[in-house]
Design a protein around this ligand. Sequence first.
Ligand SMILES: [Fe+2]
Ligand SMILES: [Fe+2]
Length: 183
Amino acid sequence: MTILTELHQDHINLDKLLVLLRSKVGQLRAGHHPNFNLIGDVVSYIAGYADGFHHPREDKIYAYFKGRDTELDPLLENCEKEHNDLKQSSSQLQDAIDGILHDAVIPMNEFADLLDDYVSRQTLHLNLEEGDIFPKLEAIAEEKDWSYLAQQLPKPDDPLFGEKQAVEFTDLYKELIIDMNAA
Ligand SMILES: [Fe+2]
Ligand SMILES: [Fe+2]
């Protein structure tokens, strides 16, 4: 599996979670009370995996390819900035969910806006990478770049983030599907 294929697979997994979070926005807007524990688990997963592992891997790749293409450079810089912003919005959302779980009074329409904004920003970011950045990287990178990077980047079978993370994701995803069907 190539590096871009791995990142692409991460995007597919993340997108599944975002679709489900989006449905929670719909439930909130319809006046239903979703399972906040579950929403909290999803956001923690995204914070741990995307903010903690997927984006840092991308940052290393983007830093490596900087200076190769004048059209690509500003896109890469923008993407790195978005990684920081997304990390901040994950912790902002986690704080709001913690508040709700600890009985803080947060108007549900405000929380729905926060979640809506979070899902939209994450989705736009995935689309920017899939639609713009990855195709450009594929066009300029050579085989030797990928083999160099493959040695530099943490391995996907890293004990912390490899198999174990995949199992965590599968369990969480199953739980979400059950929750969706029960709603
Ligand atoms: Fe990214
Ligand atoms: Fe990404």
